[in-house]
Design a protein around this ligand. Structure first.
Ligand code: ASP
Length: 359
């Protein structure tokens, strides 16, 4: 056998391989989309509340803005490199969870017993798979645990000790309680404890933070969240929180509840919420926004505005959302004085905000 006849079958194999590869590429929307003009977009929030210019020092404002920018850029980098929206959401939320400035993981509020108790959820729009955890202690990045629940368990929501056992079985990072507790949260806890004791002494029972913004000038919800649209046209959403300050009795808010704090469905929306969780659960806020887009065929901006500025306001629920449409349109309405937020739009422009527009 000469060299040429030895090569021929190999060449056939190679050309067969390339034909198969081309056919696979042609039938794979994800690969083609990566080379197309499919828009990418990301938005994040660091919580809504009575965030007034006078309440924030210039240094704190700068530090918060810089954390918001780092987070939105971390997520955008994933999208720019052709990564999945779920990875972008996780990357952005990890930055916010690791920052001491927000009510999520490090820097989270303390519950009645002075402990950090964390909730998180995330959802993938392509198949509406979701994972969530509630009332967990010591988990460094609860959003990673929520993702592990989605990817490695047959369940959607795990709570408390069971969720922690699952975390240990899946190599999720833990920290001791000192890692999570910042001086700001410890001081806030001491003050709120005194206020609750003073109220109890006169026969009242305050429901922190239900007493209203006037009673609590630092009633900043500060939960974190992210929504993203990737080059493959898939959306995802995630939310992570310490819940409400001085919470008791195993209170769980909207953040780990799919349809209340987090929702994503390809072709329609990705939404993450922050605010007074009891109202967000009752109003099924994130699902309601997506349902309006799907069934009423309104755009994401109109749907989010209607739910946050009308439905919630009528019920008395304070807070806001970040909402992303299938075309990359971003809406970030809030009915509180402010909401920490940032976005990178499909045209690449970045938006960072804290207060109401014009304030
Ligand atoms: N929504 C959260 C909760 O009620 C609080 C927040 O947004 O900061 O647990």
């Amino acid at each position: 056998m000469n060299a040429m006849s030895q090569l021929k079958p190999m060449m056939k194999k190679v050309s067969l391989c390339s034909a198969l590869l081309l056919a696979a590429l042609a039938s794979s929307p994800s690969v083609l989309a990566a080379e197309s003009d499919q828009p990418i977009a990301i938005a994040i929030h660091g919580g809504a509340g009575t965030i007034l210019r006078g309440n924030l020092s210039a240094e704190k404002e700068a530090a918060i803005k810089s954390a918001l920018i780092s987070a939105v850029q971390a997520g955008h980098e994933v999208l720019k490199n052709g990564g999945a929206s779920l990875d972008a959401v996780t990357a952005a939320i990890n930055v916010l969870e690791d920052s001491p400035h927000f009510n999520a993981a490090k820097g989270a509020v303390l519950n009645e017993d002075g402990e950090v108790e964390l909730d998180a959820s995330l959802m993938r729009g392509s198949d509406r798979n979701a994972g969530a955890v509630a009332g967990v202690h010591g988990v460094r990045n609860p959003i990673n645990l929520a993702r592990a629940v989605m990817e490695h368990s047959p369940h959607v929501l795990l709570a408390g000790k069971g969720a922690e056992t699952f975390a240990r079985q899946h190599d999720i990072a833990f920290e001791d309680s000192a890692y999570f507790k910042t001086p700001f949260r410890t001081e806030q806890w001491q003050r709120l404890k005194k206020e609750r004791a003073a109220q109890a002494a006169v026969g009242q029972d305050i429901q922190t933070p239900l007493a209203g913004p006037d009673a609590y000038p630092d009633r900043w919800f500060s939960t974190v969240g992210a929504v993203a649209l990737d080059q493959h046209g898939h959306v995802a959403a995630g939310t992570s929180t310490g819940g409400t300050a001085l919470k008791r009795w195993g209170r769980i808010g909207d953040s780990p509840i799919v349809g209340a704090g987090t929702y994503a469905q390809d072709g329609y929306c990705a939404v993450s919420a922050t605010g007074h969780g009891e109202y967000f659960i009752r109003a099924a806020v994130t699902y309601d926004i997506c349902a309006r887009v799907r069934y009423e065929e309104v755009d994401i901006g109109a749907a989010a505005e209607q739910v946050v500025m009308k439905e919630l306001v009528t019920m008395g629920g304070d807070g806001g959302v970040i909402a992303l449409g299938a075309d990359g349109q971003i809406a970030m309405p809030f009915n509180t004085a402010g909401m920490y937020r940032a976005a990178i739009h499909p045209d690449g422009s970045m938006e960072v905000g804290i207060y109401r527009k014009g304030e």
